[in-house]
Every structure is written in C-alpha cells, then in structure tokens.
Ligand binder design. Structure first.
Ligand SMILES: Cc1ncc(C[n+]2csc(CCOP(=O)(O)OP(=O)(O)O)c2C)c(N)n1
Ligand SMILES: [Mg+2]
Length: 591
C-alpha cells in the first residue's frame, strides 16, 4: 500500500510544458470561501481558483441557469458551433493550461461532446465537463422530459466510462464537497470528470468547502529501493542507453527532471508520437520520434532498437506509439515507468509513485555515458528558385512547414496523413505539437486550434487537417474568426480519405469536393489561398505568418501521394501481415 504521509498546500504544484509554466492550479487565491454560497457561484469560483480561465460550450434550456452563473464568474465563456468542437477545444486548452472546462446541456449536448471527452480520457487530458440537467423536482415522477434518453441517470452512467469521477448535484449538503472531489480528481489523474447540475439546484445556497491540502502519497520505501536498484544496475552497465520520454512527463510537469537527468548522465532522448515536443526538439540530446516503422528517421529507429537499455518514462504503450506492431523492443532491455506502474525487465513493482522513482533515478550516481548523436538536427534545405514551381507533395509540405516554424508556433494535427507526416517535423526552434495521436478522432484539429490560441495567445496554431477531417469540424473556423484568432489552416486536400485508401480502397473513401475558399465567405472572415506548388505553399505560409487573420490554405496533394512515414508503415505492415497477424500492442513492450 502507498502511504499518505505529508501535506503541502495543493496550489503549490508547478507544471511546465517546454519550460512554459502551466497556469492550471497554480496559487491564485488563498482567501477562504464564505461559509455559504449559491451553488453556481461556488462551482465556477472553485474552478477559477484551480486554474480554469475559459469555458467552451453550447447552452440549452436545462443549462441556462448554470450558464448565467458562468457569465457572472471570472471564467470567460466561449460558445462554439457544435459540442464536439467545444470538447476538442477544451481538450487542447487543458493540455496547455493544465485544466480546462466544457459546459453543455443535458444529453443532446453532453452526449454530443462524449467522443471528444473519450479522447481526453484516453490521452490523459484534464477536462471538467459541466452539464446542465433536469431539476430535482422534475425527476420526482420520472416523466418523459425532453432530452431524456432512458433514465435520468443515463448521461451520468455513460460518462462514468470516460471520466475518473462523476457527480449529480442533487443534495445541497454535499454539493460543494462533490465539486471539490471531482475537480481535485481531474487535477490528480489528469483525466476528465463529470459534474451534472440540475437547473433547480444551481441558484440554491449551499455550505461550501475549502480547497483541500494536497496529500503527498509516498511510495513503499523497500519496494522503491528494490525497483531503483534493479533499474540502476541496468543503467550503470548500459553502454548505449536511451530515454523514451512519454506524454506523462508533460502532463505531470516532470519533463525538466527527466531532461536534467539525461543531461547529467549524457543519455539521448527520443519522443513518441503522443509526446512529440514535450521535450524541446532543439535539445542537443534529442534524437527524434521513435515509433517502429513510423519513426521520424531510420537512424532514430535503429538507435532505439539497438539500445541496451530503453528507459521509458511516462510512455503510453499504444499501438500507434509502437508503430502499429512494428516496434522491436525487447522487454529484457526495457524499464517502463508510468504513473500506473513501474516495470523493470520482467518485474512489476507496485505501490511506487512515479515521481519518487524518477527522482530516485535522477539523484543517483551513474557514470556519464559516451554518446555519438545518430541524428543531429539540421535545418531542412531552403527552397531553391528552381524548385518553386514543382508540384507539392506530403514530403515537401512537411519540409516547407518545418522551414517556416518558429518558437511561437504550435502544430496542431488532425488524424490522417498529416499526423504521420508531422512525425518528420523538427525545427531548431522550439515549436509545440498537439494531436489526438492515440485515440485518433478525426475533426480534432480545427477546434483544438481555438483551444490552443485561447490557452496561450502567443501561440500561432499551424493546423494540418485532411480534407475529410476538415469536412467534419472545419466550420468551427466561424468561432475562430468571431474571436479574432489567427490559426493557419492547411487543408491537405488529397480528394478523400487517403489513409483509408492505402489500407483498403473502395467507394466508401470518396467525399465531396468542396470549394474550400468559400468557408471564409461563409464565416465572414479570414483569407484563403490555393497551393499546388512548393513555391505557392511557402509563399502562402509566409504571408499567413505575417498577417493577423485566420488563414485557410487549400494544399493540392496528389491523390496517390503519401508521407514517407505512412509509406514506410504500410510497406512494413504488409510485410508483417504476410508473416504473422499484426496485433495492437498490449500494455507491455514485448517483442
Ligand atoms: C471520427 C472518426 N471517424 C472515422 C475515422 C477513421 N478514419 C481514419 S483516417 C480517415 C480518413 C481521413 O481522411 P482525411 O482527413 O482526408 O485525411 P487523409 O487520410 O486523406 O490524409 C478515416 C475516415 C476516425 N479516425 N475518426
Ligand atoms: Mg484526405
């Protein structure tokens, strides 16, 4: 059993992404709450004190009293065009800010945003879902009220599958404690929570609670020592170790500890698809993205797969991260440390806190390793005059995007070849990267770019979105234009579901050919251009970066083209399929 031993004030947690501090749950307010407050006022005041500055959502009649409290609160409410977009925006916002909020109405709104919240759960993004709901009184005789599905409990029960805590605020005496329980669980587990607010409860005065002191859970000392001893033996004798920096390092604000440890021991660092950019990509020890056949470069793949000790820190062993079964990592060489468990070779250690383990490693004496960089970063070759009129393709698109990125850019990728291609983006400047790289829900990127811009107004989102994914949520650009945001949206227009066509072709991969430029007219703002050549794309991105409006660029990718990463993957997968069935990686990095 882990032991709860000491208390510190919970607002002291510091969370950073690439050195940028998370605003989420840093000390903001130490004044105690009054003994009693209207429920709605307490809810949003509590969320504000825990770091929420914005809410994304769509109102409805059951939620209007809650939205009225939201409007009076210090949290800024942003109405989106559709709930899935609100969920994706809140997810991206949470990844940058450390906590986010989506406010919706009962079932028609709540179930509409469910898929986005499922993605946030799967990829550990701390989103609070507040849903308006029928009143306590409305529920008494179990009538057929509008928006009800099966029972009044339906929505909450569905949400139990995609959250780490949920509550329906039907009792004044416990409402504040329930809010606190859910919000604290969201911050602790970095996963969504669900708070249902019946419309006739939200104005009632309720007894409040204070923000709890954080309880530091400590590892079992003997188990911790044992796990450290085994890991340190491996690390000390390793001639060619490598760190695979996983997404939990970013979510739990631990990247700096891992990077400092790598620097002290001179161990190179690779990222995976989900954690790309969590470690600054211009760091001298950074070697690129590893993902089996989907690695950014062959050199990264070779280095990681020939390492004699792979230290995976906070890594999700997902099929995507492991290149859909193409990763070749032998468990006898792997230390896998996450917030869920610590595995060293064939041993699994329980009751150990990830932070204690990480700090234990970071402060141990390990001789500096010899390291020859297998994949030093070099700027992509600048475009020469002679190639400006060459037709554009995925490989060149990634090169041109890379050439134009700077430290204020955040690449936001949707699902499709944009995501595979984005693995190859690497700049000497620090650029951020956000994508639904495990759950893989299409429609993420355009709304997510709104969440990114709102969470950090200095960040300029560069959106990579396929024509198929754009047709799902691209109209959310309406919200970006209304708010004066400036995403640069590259529609990777390859005339349909390109990735699907590579796996199995059929008429089901056909979509309508839109005149994408009309979107600016439709939403009343933004500028548009078409890029069919390298020069046109480069010019369009440069001009977009110099302007202050939303920009849509219709990039004409040849129908049969694909990124080198996707080409590699499909080649290797078909080889593997011939030999043996490719299975989703189980949660152990076995060969
Ligand atoms: C919400 C959702 N629906 C369906 C899919 C399955 N899917 C994965 S990629 C893809 C095609 C994507 O097409 P597009 O956005 O044009 O990108 P491309 O593959 O052409 O690069 C589909 C349908 C998904 N991942 N998410
Ligand atoms: Mg497409």
């Amino acid at each position: 059993m882990k032991r709860k031993v000491s208390s510190t004030h919970s607002t002291a947690a510091s969370h950073k992404r690439n050195g940028r501090p998370h605003r989420g749950h840093e000390a903001t307010e130490v004044r105690p709450f009054p003994a009693r407050m209207p429920l709605g006022q307490f809810l949003f005041e509590y969320l504000h004190r825990r770091g929420v500055r914005h809410s994304f959502g769509v109102p409805g009649d059951f939620a209007l009293p809650t939205f009225a409290w939201l409007e009076k609160s210090p949290i800024q409410s942003i109405t989106m065009t559709h709930e899935p977009g609100a969920g994706f925006a809140a997810d991206a916002y949470s990844r940058i800010n450390g906590i986010g909020l989506v406010c919706v109405t009962y079932c028609v709104g709540g179930l509409n945003v469910l898929n986005s919240i499922a993605g946030a759960f799967a990829e550990k993004s701390p989103v609070v879902v507040v849903s308006g709901a029928p009143g306590r009184k409305d529920r008494e005789k179990d009538p057929l009220l509008h928006h009800k599905v099966k029972t009044f409990e339906t929505q909450r029960r569905v949400y139990d599958e995609v959250t780490v805590a949920s509550t329906v605020l039907l009792d004044e005496q416990t409402a504040a404690a329930e809010i606190s329980r859910c919000v604290e669980a969201c911050l602790r587990h970095k996963r969504p929570v669900y708070i249902e607010v019946p419309h006739d409860m939200v104005d009632r005065e309720v007894p409040t609670v204070q923000i709890p002191l954080a309880v530091k859970v400590q590892s079992e000392p003997h188990v911790l020592q044992e796990a450290l001893d085994e890991s340190l033996t491996m690390l000390r004798s390793a001639k060619k170790p490598v760190i695979l920096a996983g997404v939990e390092l970013h979510r739990f604000g631990l990247t700096d500890i891992a990077v400092k440890m790598a620097e002290r021991m001179n161990i190179p660092i690779a990222a995976d698809l989900l954690s790309k950019s969590a470690v600054p990509e211009n760091h001298p020890l950074y070697i690129g993205v590893y993902g089996g056949a989907m690695s950014s470069e062959l050199a990264v793949r070779n280095y990681v797969e020939s390492a004699d000790c792979v230290l995976m820190l906070g890594t999700f062993i997902t099929d995507m991260n492991m290149g859909i079964g193409t990763a070749n990592l032998d468990r006898s060489r792997v230390i896998l440390a996450t917030t869920e468990s610590i595995r060293v070779q064939y041993h699994k250690y329980e009751d150990i806190e990830f932070l204690d383990f990480l700090q234990g490693l970071a402060t141990s004496r390990i001789p500096r390793k010899k390291f020859k960089h297998p994949n030093p970063h070099f700027e992509p070759k600048p475009l020469s005059r002679t190639e400006l009129t060459d037709p554009i393709n995925m490989k060149e698109l990634i090169r041109i995007v890379s050439l134009n990125l700077d430290e204020n850019c955040c690449v936001v990728s949707d699902v499709g070849d944009g995501l595979f291609g984005a693995v190859g983006i690497r700049t000497s400047k620090r650029a951020e990267f956000i994508a639904p790289a495990y759950y893989l829900s299409m429609g993420f990127a355009v709304p997510a770019s709104i969440g990114v811009s709102i969470a950090d107004s200095k960040l300029r989102p560069i959106v990579l979105v396929g024509d198929g994914a754009f047709q799902m949520t691209g109209t959310e650009l309406s919200t970006a234009v209304r708010l004066g945001l400036r995403p640069i949206v590259l529609i990777l227009n390859n005339d349909g579901y390109g990735t699907m066509r590579k796996i199995r072709d059929g008429s089901f991969n056909t979509i309508s050919r839109w005149n994408y430029g009309k979107i600016c007219e439709l939403v009343g703002g933004g500028e548009y251009s078409v890029a069919a050549t390298k020069g046109e794309l480069d010019g369009a991105i440069r001009s977009a970066l110099g302007s202050t409006t939303t920009r849509v660029i219709d990039v004409r990718i040849p129908r049969d083209d694909m990124s080198p990463q996707l080409a590699n993957m499909t080649k290797e997968m078909s080889k593997l399929r011939g030999a043996k069935k490719v299975e989703a990686a189980e949660n152990t990095p076995m060969k």
